[in-house]
Design a protein around this ligand. Structure first.
Ligand SMILES: C[S@@+](CC[C@H](N)C(=O)[O-])C[C@H]1O[C@@H](n2cnc3c(N)ncnc32)[C@H](O)[C@@H]1O
Length: 244
C-alpha cells in the first residue's frame, strides 16, 4: 500500500499497525531473526564498545546486593514510589532523553532517598559494557517503543544485541518485567525469552495485579504511559520472566 493522501484519507486503508504480521507469521519470522542475529552479535557489540558512553559507576555493583533496574524510566515516578516502599533494594533508573532524565534526577535528589539513583544515557552501551554478570535482581522495561513496522523490528529490545546482556546481568531467580500496550510485542518477547534464553514465564497476558507488578498500589497505572493507556481504555499487556 502506498502511503499517499488517498490511502490515508480512506478509512479502509488507514490501519496504523498494518505492518504487524499475524501471530504465527510473527513467531516464524522471529525464529528466523534470532538465527540471523547470532551472526551479527559480535559486530554489534564492537560497534557499541567503540562508540563510547558514560558508564554506570562500578561501585554501585560492589556496594549493593539487591539492585533493581528500570530501562527507559521516563521521569522516574514509578521507581521513586518503589524505592519508598522497598528500602532494602537499591534502584537504578536509566533514561536517554535529556528533558525526562533531568526531571527524573531532580525528583530523585529532592526525595532525599538514599536507595535510588538516576542516570541519563543510552542503556544499550551501558548494559553491554558496564554491568557485571548476575548483579541485578529485577529489570523493568515498561512501555518501550514497540517498533511496529516490520523493517524496524531489529530495534525491539528482545531482538536487539542487548537482550543477551539483559539475561547475563540478571541473577539466577531474577526477574525481567515487561509491559506494553501492544500485545504482539509481549507475545514475541515471551517467545524469544523462552526459546532462546530459557527464561521461565511467570506471567504473560493482559495486565492485572499480581505478586510481582505492584499494580494494586498504582490504581492509575505505574508510569505515565500506563496511566495514559489505561485511562483511555486501551488494554495493556505484561510479561514477567525469570532466569533459572
Ligand atoms: C514510551 S517511553 C515510556 C516511558 C516510561 N517507561 C513510561 O512507561 O511512562 C520510552 C522511554 O524509553 C526511553 N528510551 C528508549 N531507548 C532508550 C535507551 N536505549 N536508553 C535509555 N532510555 C531509552 C525513551 O527516551 C522514553 O523515555
Amino acid at each position: 500500500m502506498k502511503p499517499d493522501a488517498e490511502n490515508v484519507t480512506n478509512p479502509q486503508h488507514f490501519r496504523p499497525w498494518a505492518k504487524v504480521a499475524s501471530p504465527s507469521a510473527n513467531l516464524t519470522q522471529t525464529s528466523w531473526d534470532l538465527k540471523q542475529r547470532e551472526h551479527i552479535q559480535a559486530l554489534n557489540e564492537k560497534y557499541w564498545l567503540d562508540k563510547g558512553h558514560t558508564p554506570i559507576p562500578k561501585e554501585i555493583f560492589l556496594n549493593h546486593s539487591k539492585i533493581w533496574l528500570e530501562i527507559g524510566a521516563g521521569t522516574g515516578g514509578f521507581f521513586l514510589e518503589l524505592a519508598k516502599n522497598n528500602p532494602d533494594a537499591h534502584l537504578l533508573a536509566i533514561e536517554r532523553c535529556k528533558i525526562r532524565s533531568g526531571r527524573m534526577i531532580q525528583k530523585f535528589s529532592k526525595s532525599g532517598l538514599q536507595n535510588i539513583q538516576g542516570f541519563r544515557g543510552n542503556a544499550i552501551p551501558a548494559l553491554i559494557t558496564g554491568v557485571p554478570s548476575e548483579s541485578i535482581e529485577r529489570i523493568y522495561i515498561l512501555y518501550p517503543c514497540p517498533w511496529p513496522k516490520n523493517a524496524h523490528r531489529k530495534n525491539r529490545w528482545y531482538l536487539h544485541t542487548v537482550m543477551s546482556h539483559l539475561v547475563r546481568i540478571l541473577k539466577p531467580g531474577g526477574l525481567l518485567i515487561w509491559a506494553s500496550d501492544q500485545e504482539f510485542y509481549i507475545r514475541e518477547a515471551a517467545f524469544v525469552s523462552e526459546s532462546k534464553y530459557q527464561l521461565q514465564t511467570l506471567f504473560n497476558g493482559q495486565i492485572t495485579p499480581n505478586l510481582y507488578n505492584d499494580l494494586e498500589r498504582f490504581p492509575n497505572g505505574r508510569t505515565s504511559f500506563e496511566n495514559k493507556f489505561l485511562s483511555s481504555g486501551q488494554p495493556c499487556f505484561e510479561l514477567i520472566s525469570q532466569r533459572q
